[in-house]
Design a protein around this ligand. Structure first.
Ligand code: HEM
Length: 275
């Protein structure tokens, strides 16, 4: 009996991504201040560094759950038939989408718990006291920054919405629940709602970044911040999805999935499928 055979590839990818983002964030947020400013920021590792790694891995895994569907559509459009097998690597990847999605959800849920724990930390309380002291010294009565308030309200709200939709997807992926749904309901949840969750997660990261995109101070040791790295792939996947939804492509994909073949016409009665 093999142990979790379907989880091997997604788990390996998750471990590799975790290591990559941990080392990357450690270099930027702990080692850089230590080497350059002689500042001890090692206290950041257990929560702040981990809470960069978790969302970065989560959004990448979610993207990896939706990328093969887009690739499969492009392959079918290019070939003009659904009767030729996908390449073996794409086939294996397609069969692991559920595991990629569930691992992404798990990391996203952990990220939410870590994020909500921020104000409980002692380091946060000391920082808050120090900021208040500095504010008094500068004789500043009000430290309210309107655009920063809006940024946080919006990105936290988007994160909560994304997580709520991901929870629905996770519940619907339980076989007993999935079997109680019709094919159309299952596809609606896993494909339509799934893309909405990916969109909300990407929007959450983009609003979190706000105007930091044009801030050169964000580049530490010439390394771009993680939020810049992680939104690229989901943005490309979402853009491809929108392009594939244009009538010129979606109609052809529907026809192909109904059995239409370029040069041969319709072979069978129409059976709707969605990738
Ligand atoms: C209750 C739900 C959520 C809350 C409260 C939340 C909160 C936060 C907070 C506070 C940050 C800033 C972290 C920091 O700089 O220390 C953040 C960043 C981020 N979050 Fe969320 N989040 C939630 C859900 C999600 C979900 C579901 C995803 C994606 C799967 C996600 C992806 C991200 C990403 C990619 C970043 C940017 C991390 C970086 O700087 O590299 N979040 N979120």
């Amino acid at each position: 009996m093999e142990l979790f055979p379907k989880w091997r590839l997604p788990a390996k990818v998750a471990v590799a991504l975790t290591l990559f983002f941990f080392i990357y964030t450690f270099l930027r947020e702990v080692l850089h201040p230590f080497v350059v400013q002689k500042k001890n920021e090692f206290y950041r590792i257990p929560i702040l560094v981990v809470n960069k790694v978790l969302p970065d891995v989560a959004i990448t895994l979610l993207t990896l759950a939706y990328l093969p569907g887009v690739l499969a559509s492009i392959v079918q459009l290019h070939r003009g038939t659904k009767y030729r097998r996908f390449p073996e690597w794409l086939n294996t990847w397609m069969l692991r989408r559920k595991q990629f999605g569930l691992l992404g959800f798990f990391m996203g849920a952990m990220h939410a718990i870590y994020s909500l724990s921020y104000p409980m930390r002692r380091s946060y309380r000391y920082k808050l006291l120090n900021w208040a002291y500095e504010q008094v010294q500068q004789q500043k009565e009000n430290s309210w920054i309107e655009h920063d308030v809006w940024r946080m309200e919006i990105y936290v709200s988007l994160g909560i919405l994304a997580l709520a939709i991901l929870a629905i997807l996770a519940v619907a992926s339980i076989p007993a629940v999935g079997n109680s749904l019709s094919w159309r309901e299952f596809i609606f949840i896993q494909s339509k709602l799934g893309h909405v969750a990916l969109f909300l997660s990407t929007a959450h990261a983009l609003v979190f970044a706000w105007n930091k995109w044009v801030d050169v101070k964000q580049f530490i040791w010439y390394l771009p911040p993680t939020f810049m790295l992680v939104v690229l792939l989901p943005s490309v996947v979402l853009l491809c999805k929108v392009i594939l939804m244009l009538p010129c492509f979606s109609k052809k994909i529907q026809k192909i999935r109904c059995g239409w073949e370029s040069g041969k016409g319709m072979a069978n009665r129409c059976v709707l499928t969605d990738l």
